[in-house]
Design a protein around this ligand. Structure first.
Ligand SMILES: [Mn+2]
Length: 363
């Protein structure tokens, strides 16, 4: 099986760029999710296995519940924790590989340094409308589950037996109560499986025949999917479950037009002592209602709301995000922002804005 998007020409250019470079920056997007962490970790391990000096750079520190995807064999740099280290790593590199984001702007504070860099640049991404002009080699496939899956096919085409290197066998510890132990066993295959699993919401969305094939091959190679699922979906704190219940009971608004929205304010987050990453998946819940085809979650941040949009097939989450929330992403899963000041007068005005946006969009 060969992914169509992984052309021989692109693979040749990918191989050549890596051969000709010694210091490589692997870059992911702001508020890194499982796919960003999984794909960037997997590529960093693969490059390190080929003797490259690699820095894996993110605009901000990952959420606690995703830290298990990190590998102790990778050097991570977070712009929010150490801006000068991130800048230095980008300045020093002779190759940049950006994963799981279609535009420099998705890297927030890293953007000016990436733009200024004269290093060769490779993009490996599955979002709509990639910024092709800014990259020398572009792997862009919107019809795929995740950046992790796309990277899997790229690495397979570039290096047939990558899944057994650098550290076989692919396995996670059975003792999942010990995060340090499971981190130690994070491998290329497990990182890619983690990224694909989170982006498909455990095989619920954006799943293609190639996705099952990747999963099948990785499980055959020894990736422990049970351990992965335990970490991803059965290791939350009680606070999250109570917050999810509260939001569904008190916070959910359903419009007759076939849309639903929820607003997660700072007040609610502090009442439930909610941490970054703990509202993951909440935006999907309203889509379980038959009449709801579009779901929006607003999450209050400093000076703006972070917006998540999900839709059923036939309704475009992406168009809503582009038209009303300065965002975009995938057809049925997009994100954006709602700015206090430019878009709405104050935080209390968010509800009227989102309600009107949904009515206009579906009306
Ligand atoms: Mn992704």
């Amino acid at each position: 099986m060969r992914m169509q998007a992984v052309s021989q020409e692109n693979i040749r250019a990918f191989r050549e760029a890596i051969q000709q470079s010694t210091r490589i920056a692997v870059v992911g997007h702001t508020h890194p999710d499982g796919d960003a962490l999984g794909s960037c970790t997997a590529l960093s391990l693969w490059l390190a296995g080929r003797g490259k000096a690699v820095s894996c750079i993110f605009p901000d520190t990952p959420a606690d519940n995703l830290l298990f995807i990190l590998s102790p064999d990778v050097k991570y740099v977070y712009f929010d924790a150490d801006a000068s280290a991130a800048e230095a790593a980008i300045r020093a590199c002779d190759l940049i590989v950006q994963l799981d984001c279609n535009h420099f702007s998705r890297t927030e504070g890293l953007e000016p340094f990436l733009k200024a860099s004269t290093a060769r640049k490779i993009l490996i991404d599955h979002h709509l409308n990639p910024d092709r002009e800014s990259f020398d080699v572009v792997f862009s496939t919107p019809e795929i589950s995740s950046a992790s899956e796309l990277l899997y096919w790229v690495l397979k085409a570039a290096d047939g037996d990558f899944s057994t290197s650098p550290s076989a066998p692919l396995e996670m510890t059975e003792d999942l109560s010990c995060r340090a132990q499971s981190r130690h066993l994070m491998t290329i295959g497990t990182a890619l499986m983690a990224g694909m699993t989170t982006d498909t919401n455990n095989f619920a969305n954006s799943v293609f025949p190639s996705t099952f094939q990747m999963a099948s091959e990785l499980i055959a190679a020894g990736v422990n999917r049970d351990a992965l699922l335990q970490q991803l979906y059965s290791s939350y704190r009680e606070n999250r479950v109570r917050l999810m219940g509260y939001m569904q009971y008190e916070g959910l608004k359903v419009l007759p037009e076939g849309a639903a929205y929820m607003i997660l304010t700072k007040d609610i987050m502090s009442r439930f002592d909610l941490r970054e990453g703990e509202s993951e998946g909440l935006v999907n819940v309203p889509l379980s209602i038959g009449a709801v085809k579009l779901s929006v979650l607003l999450k209050e941040d400093d000076g703006h709301f972070r917006v998540s949009v999900r839709s059923k097939k036939g309704t475009s989450a992406q168009q809503l995000a582009v038209r009303f929330f300065h965002g975009g992403g995938h057809e049925n899963a997009s994100g954006g922002k709602l700015f206090i000041g430019p878009d709405i007068a104050n935080a209390q005005a968010a509800e009227a804005y989102v309600s009107n946006a949904l009515k206009t969009f579906l009306g």
